[in-house]
Design a protein around this ligand. Structure first.
Ligand code: BES
Ligand code: ZN
Ligand code: ZN
Length: 506
């Protein structure tokens, strides 16, 4: 999809589908809806006036109204998209609104559409431009690439139109728009990886696609085989992969800024869980919904997507990313409950459940990232079913050992629009993973607080380094289709991690 931002009068722009946003300006609880367009264009206001007055369109978020041959406009159709209550308006509704327009066009065979840039005091120009691009791109993604009857329903071109004359505002909006394209495309890159089935996206294939992306965007990349994993004494990662005939991949990406950052700038380490299929291993999962476990590499995909965005946004901060990718399979050679393994850090781990494999590969990934120089760590992982039980499917879980790092991450969220909720990860929970046999065990003695137990396990491998763990098991795959987004992989965390990394730039 090509996306453009043009500074032209929308009324005079020829388009198969021109989209304009509307909000409900009614404030009282029982007051009837009072929709108003978010544009200063009088021609547009005139074309829409009779329909807005009719009361049939209430401008709720995602609501649409289509007018054919709108009078006084060059466009063939006018689509009015509701963004909800005026007083609750933010750029996040705009992101969704742009998505609604694209997903309205897709099934109708409309390959081109235009969107009127929304104008409101609640909408800063640059960030609004960015969310329009993000929303349009994210909405174009669908999960049906292996369907023979799939008609290529992608939208080819989205043009955003704004009448603006101030040179500085123009430049800011173009910058924001360009960032939105990078972020939206990188989020979709991650989603494409997550959508791939386990037989196609093996660890080897994940390595190849990551290397190709890195070559395209100028990142350093190394994809290591089992030999290196054994040489590094990554005993936890090696234990998980040993039951699979598919070779594992230890993927290392590096972003080096053009000029050296200030001496006190941290080196950021991004670590991803890249289990391309999780059967549970010897502690095998039930058959129901096991197909979904192809998405157990969504944490890795989030990091690869973030690195893709970072490479293009070029912040003045060093970033290293470690992805530990393998399958978790039952086999004669598979690791077993009761086994004791030694992680790269030297800690011994008693295996109680081979389905708690994500924390094992991350333990070695987090340790290795520090060896490679990382002084701030973040990891993302579809780590526990328990996080969905605790938080539902809206917020991802956030765990950390450092308040300042959490604050810096949280500051990125009003920009990314993603939702993370902090969960406890204090030392009084450590008791849950204490083992009689080894230094620690890989699951807790009880099923209560399972997401925190997993986080406490990871915490054992980060030492004093400020660290954030994102448990995205409940949010990386969306079963419900939204008017602005397909069902399937969400690409969650790509935008937030990228923004957080940028916040460290010197
Ligand atoms: N990949 C799963 C986590 C998961 C579960 C993601 C459900 C999405 C949906 C992880 O490897 C796992 O199996 N975790 C176990 C941990 C348990 C054995 C302590 C879980 O959550 O059940
Ligand atoms: Zn598992
Ligand atoms: Zn898993």
């Amino acid at each position: 999809m090509t996306t453009k931002l043009l500074f032209q009068d929308p009324a005079a722009f020829a388009s198969p589908l021109l989209t304009v946003f509307a909000v409900d300006t009614a404030t009282g609880k029982d007051e009837p809806a009072a929709p108003a367009l978010l544009t200063a264009s009088e021609a547009l206001a005139k074309a829409a006036a009779p329909w807005l007055a009719s009361g049939e369109f209430k401008a709720t978020l995602g609501e649409t109204l289509l007018l054919h041959s709108p009078s006084g406009l060059k466009a063939e159709r006018l689509l009015i998209v509701g963004l909800g209550k005026a007083k609750a308006l933010s750029v996040h509704e705009v992101r969704k609104g742009a998505g609604v327009a694209v997903r309205f066009a897709k099934p109708r065979g409309l390959r081109e559409l235009s969107i009127v840039f929304p104008e409101d005091k609640a909408l800063p120009g640059s960030l609004t431009a960015r969310t329009l691009a993000e929303g349009a791109l994210v909405a174009d993604f669908d999960i049906d690439i292996y369907r023979s009857d799939r008609k290529d329903q992608s939208v080819d071109m989205v043009t955003v139109l704004h009448v603006e004359t101030n040179e500085r505002s123009l430049a800011e909006m173009q910058t924001g728009f360009a960032e939105g394209i990078i972020l939206g495309e990188s989020q979709n890159f991650a989603r494409t990886l997550v959508n791939e089935p386990g037989n196609i996206l093996t660890p080897t294939e994940l390595g190849k696609r990551t290397a190709a992306m890195c070559a395209e965007f100028g990142l350093q990349c190394e994809v290591h085989s089992i030999d290196k994993i054994l040489e590094l004494k990554m005993g936890a990662f090696a234990a998980v992969t040993q039951g699979s005939v598919e070779p594992p991949a230890l993927i290392v990406m590096r972003y080096e800024p053009a000029t050296p950052p200030a001496a006190d700038t941290p080196v950021i380490g991004l670590v991803g869980k890249g289990i391309t299929f999780d059967t549970g291993g010897i502690s095998i999962k039930p058959a129901e919904n096991m197909d979904k476990m192809k998405y157990d590499m969504a944490g890795a995909a989030a990091m690869i997507g973030a690195m893709r965005a970072i490479a293009q946004l070029m912040p003045n901060v060093r970033v290293v990313s470690v992805v530990c990718s393998c399958e978790n399979m039952p086999d004669g050679k598979a690791f077993k409950p009761g086994d004791v393994i030694t992680a790269m850090s030297g800690k011994t781990i008693e295996i109680l459940n081979t389905d708690a494999e994500g924390r094992l590969v991350l333990a070695d990934g987090l340790h290795y990232a520090q060896q490679l120089g990382a002084t701030r760590l973040i990891n993302a992982a579809t780590l526990t079913g328990a996080i969905g039980v605790a938080l539902g499917l809206l917020n991802a879980g956030l765990f950390s050992n450092d308040d300042a790092t959490v604050e810096q991450f949280t500051n990125a969220l009003p920009i990314s629009g993603e939702k993370f909720w902090r969960m406890p990860c204090t030392d009084d929970y450590r008791e849950q993973i204490r083992s009689q046999i080894a230094d620690i065990m890989n699951t807790g003695g009880s099923r209560y607080g399972g997401a925190t137990t997993a986080a406490m396990f990871l915490k054992e491998f980060v030492g004093e380094t400020p660290w954030i763990h994102l448990d995205i098991a409940g949010t990386a795959w969306i079963d419900e289709v939204k008017p602005w987004q397909s069902k399937g992989p969400s690409g969650v965390a790509v935008r937030s991690i990228t923004e957080w990394v940028r916040s460290y730039a010197s």
